[in-house]
Ligand binder design. Structure first.
Ligand code: HEM
Length: 411
């Protein structure tokens, strides 16, 4: 028998993580046609298996036409034209060709050569907090989870340290455009985000020119040297590479690290378990990514009619892949609403699945390992010191501020 639906008549997909709605959909209508929106209607895909099916069919479900669902007004097409598509907006065959230009830089093996530097960056950030005293209060986002990925990405790109803060501001304004805290006064979310994108482009244009004249051992130099069929890639594509690394690598890792910290505060027995057995760090990080699932959705557009369960997705229809819902799927995860750092297996979709599987997954894991490895063993007591301030976004389930109060033990 079909259970009564929760009242989601006013469901607005910027309402972060509506787990009760997704749970109902998974059980009763996993391929759900949502047409009560100011924007264009879409299919809400909520089951792990269905998201996997779609993610692995990149020619039947495209990224380029519509990568995200806009809950209210549609995107301005002029904006779409203004910037070149980044890797995640490409479809086969170009997507594979472009991804292969860089993918070997992000394998666990290739990242080994950066371990030492990333470790150093992470240790300094944690030490900065620890040096403030054995007891204290701070905003975990400001102190640890925001600076770490910014520093790592900026360092890999080869940006001067004095500019690292600029990245923080730009990613906030681009990803968090729908949040009033990041909007520029008198501007719409679209305008705020467009303004930040323009600044990023201008900034990187300058650096790209510098690296062409004076190559260095960094990602920007790599982008300037990329070739397809013996020809350099177009200058706008070089800039698109800079943009995707900045955008994709920052907010996501920040929010996973923050989401994990919040989970440890709320499930202190799991924190103690990790303190007692450091070998659990790897599985703990996978559980943090499953638990927090920073990317709420990405969308695809069907190129042909496609039967999924009892529904027909028509050519041209948009589907929203709700990764956090897949990561609570009762058919895949035992006790999915429990945070368990030793969960095994843990086939979460926090990094997506298929053609566009997160390029930076290993890097993200490494960054989180560094943050947790130096901090968590030191925690004697920890609690929230105020409300968790969340980002208003349908794309990234961000936490703007996580106030914590802590007592540390000796190293
Ligand atoms: C915990 C942190 C992270 C999470 C949760 C995350 C999540 C995701 C997700 C869900 C996707 C889309 C996958 C799909 O559509 O199937 C993605 C793609 C991507 N991510 Fe990440 N990401 C993280 C960190 C990073 C980092 C550190 C980088 C830095 C390089 C990065 C670079 C990318 C890129 C370039 C893509 C596009 C890949 C493609 O289209 O082929 N991500 N990520």
């Amino acid at each position: 028998m079909t259970a009564a639906a929760p009242d989601f008549s006013n469901w607005n997909i910027v309402e972060r993580y509506p787990h009760d709605i997704w749970r109902w959909m998974r059980a009763n209508d996993p391929v759900f046609w949502w047409d009560k929106t100011d924007g264009r209607p879409f299919w809400a895909i909520t089951k792990h298996a269905d998201i996997t099916t779609i993610g692995k069919r990149p020619t039947q479900f495209l990224n380029a036409p519509r990568l995200t669902i806009e809950p209210t007004a549609e995107r301005d097409p002029d904006r779409e034209m203004a910037f070149p598509p980044t890797l995640i907006q490409l479809d086969p065959p170009k997507h594979g060709i472009y991804r292969r230009l860089i993918s070997n830089r992000f394998t666990p093996r290739a990242l080994k050569r950066f371990h030492h530097d990333i470790d150093q960056i992470g240790r300094e950030i944690v030490e900065d907090l620890v040096s403030e005293g054995k007891e204290g209060e701070c905003d975990f986002v400001e102190k640890i989870s925001a600076p770490l990925p910014i520093a790592v990405i900026a360092w890999m790109l080869g940006l001067p340290k004095s500019d690292w803060n600029l990245l923080f501001d730009w990613t906030n304004r681009i990803i968090g455009a729908a949040d009033p805290a990041f909007q520029v006064e008198g501007k719409t979310p679209e305008e705020s985000s467009m303004e930040a994108m323009t600044e990023v482009f201008m900034y990187f244009s300058k650096l790209v020119e510098e690296r062409k004249k004076e190559p260095a051992d960094d990602l920007i130099t790599l982008f300037t040297q990329m070739q397809v069929d013996g020809e350099p890639i177009p200058p706008m594509d070089v800039l698109a590479w800079c943009l995707i690394i900045v955008i994709a690598g920052n907010e996501t890792t920040r929010n996973a690290t923050t989401g994990g910290m919040l989970a440890f505060v709320e499930h202190q027995s799991e924190l103690r378990k990790l303190q007692d057995d450091a070998t659990l760090l790897g599985s703990a990080i996978e559980e943090v990514v499953r638990w927090s699932t920073p990317i709420i959705h990405f969308a695809r557009t069907a190129t042909e009619d496609f039967e999924l369960r009892d529904k027909t997705i028509r050519a041209g229809d948009a589907v929203a892949l709700f990764y956090p819902s897949a990561n609570r799927d009762e058919e895949v995860f035992e006790d999915p609403y429990a945070f368990r750092i030793d969960r095994n297996p843990n086939r979460h979709l926090g990094f997506g699945v298929g053609e566009h599987f997160c390029l930076g997954a290993h890097l993200a894991r490494l960054e989180m390992q560094v943050a947790y490895k130096y901090l968590l063993p030191r925690i004697e007591e920890i609690e929230l010191a105020g409300p968790v301030d969340r980002l208003h976004s349908s794309l990234v389930g961000g936490v703007k501020h996580l106030p914590i109060r802590y007592k540390l033990k000796e190293a």
